[in-house]
Structures are given as C-alpha cells and as structure tokens.
Design a protein around this ligand. Sequence first.
Ligand SMILES: [Zn+2]
Length: 309
Amino acid sequence: MLQYPDSLIEFQSMFPDNDACAAWLIEMRWPNGFVCPECGHDKGWALRGKAHTFECAGCGRQTSVTSGTQLHASKLPLTVWFWAASLMATHFNGISALQLQKQLGIGSYRTAWTLAHKLRSAMVDPERSPLSGQAEVDEASLLFRIRNDPPTDGQGRSHDAKMLIIGAIELGDGNTPGRLRLSGISSYRAADLGGFIEAAAHPDATIKTDGWSGYAGVPSDRHEPHVVGKTPAHLVFPWIHQIYSNLKGWARGVYHGLRRTHLQAYLGEFVFRFNRRRTRHAAFRSLFGLTLKARPRTYNMLILPEQGA
Ligand SMILES: [Zn+2]
C-alpha cells in the first residue's frame, strides 16, 4: 500500500516539489497503471510535453492526474495542496482557512477558504459502513455565527440562533468509544431523528437513547431507551456528551463559531478527525484517496452547499 509520511520531517523529504507530489498521486489514483477515465482502456503513456498527463492508447484522450478530481483545474501548486491536507488531516484540531492562508503564504483568504473547503468536502467517505453493535444516540444544539457577529461564549442565546444536531457513537469492547456520526437536523421530531438513525446505523445495531418521544419510531427490539429522570444525561451517555463538549470547544476555538450554511461540512471534518484519532498520519493518505474520488466542486457550489449537493 502507498506510503504516507509519519512526521513533518518525513513529509518534507517525501514531497519536496510538485513532481514528487504528482508521482505519489499517480500511484494512488492508478495503483495498477494508468486507466482511462473516458473509455476504461488500460494502456496509455505519459506525455513528455505535459506534466503528469497521460494519453489513452484507445481513445486518445489526455488525462492529467488531477483531472476530474477535487484538485481539477486548481491554480495552486500541488505542494500547497499537500501541506494543507497534511495540516487538516493530522493536526489534532485541524486548521482554519485563515491560519492556512498565513502558514502557507496563500495570496487571498478566498483561495485558502476554497482549498480548505474542497478538502473538507471530501472528508465523508460515501462508501463508509454504518455503525454496528451498540450506539449511544443523542441530540444537542450548537450556537451558530452570523456574519460579523462576535464569537459568543455559549451563553444566553435564543433558540433561533442555534443549530440542531444529532450524533451517534458506537460503543466498543469495554464501553470504549468507536466510530462517530454527526448530522444537522431541522427538528427533534421522529422523522428527523429516525432518518438520521436509519442512515447512520446498521439495521441490527442497538440504539441507546434518553427515551425522548422522537425516538419512539425506532423498532423496540433494537431500541434501549434510558429514561434519564434525575440522573444527569452526561452520566447515562458519557461518550456522546464528551463529543458534544469537544465539538463546541473546537468550533469556538478554531472557527470562532460555525456558520449555519456550512454546518454539515464542518461536522464532517470533526467526524473525519475523530474517527482517525488513533491513525492521524494515515488520515493524510485517506484524505487524498477521498479527494481523488470526489467530484470537482466550484467555489459557487461550495458557498451554496444545498445547490451543490
Ligand atoms: Zn480512453
């Protein structure tokens, strides 16, 4: 399997320039040799005059290693993409677009934001498998940030300045946390909660909830309602509450609050890093694997996610 750097020093020696980055991407995209994305033909040759580009021996189409991927037509050097992916995937808390702009010397905030958001939009693997075994499920709310609003301290905002979210976390052996899923929802009603559970968890998984009526639709043979009563909810569901606490701290600390429009993308980023918390350096490779598979998105699609979905 393709190697990945496990330290910044190794990163630097593996990816000193664009050619080294491209060679690594070619290996990742076509591990068994070039395959034409147009006609599926598996014979082709690298063009001498065009960097990192192959010509299909079948249909004659020319394909660069980045064409048709999230890196398509980007004017940024591959080295900048690689540094950005490394910082976003392996840094404990990730990195904001503003920090990326400064750290990587990117000309404009918009360019840095687009780069970060393209990587972020690839962080959910469309082929990931649903949660299995036992899972804690609970809902919460997050304050959102309105343009030019100062960051809030999380106190005293009205309900309409909050975004509703729901999360599920697998419980592994010895009640240790496994994989996480988070989603924005429009209400705490049964249709929204049930829809999330159906998408996130395997039909055989057992769902532990606080017994809220919105969960009544979950089939009783796989539902463990724990009526919380006088026991604080964080004692009954320690992991999902720990997640919410970390999520809120991250949103405040790195982004000074999340914006409603991009909630799902940021939740995806949080989940990506949480689920790879024990394999941070391998996360760099998996982020590029997903980035090569994701269809290209333009800036306009990124700023209006509901239209680019
Ligand atoms: Zn072809």
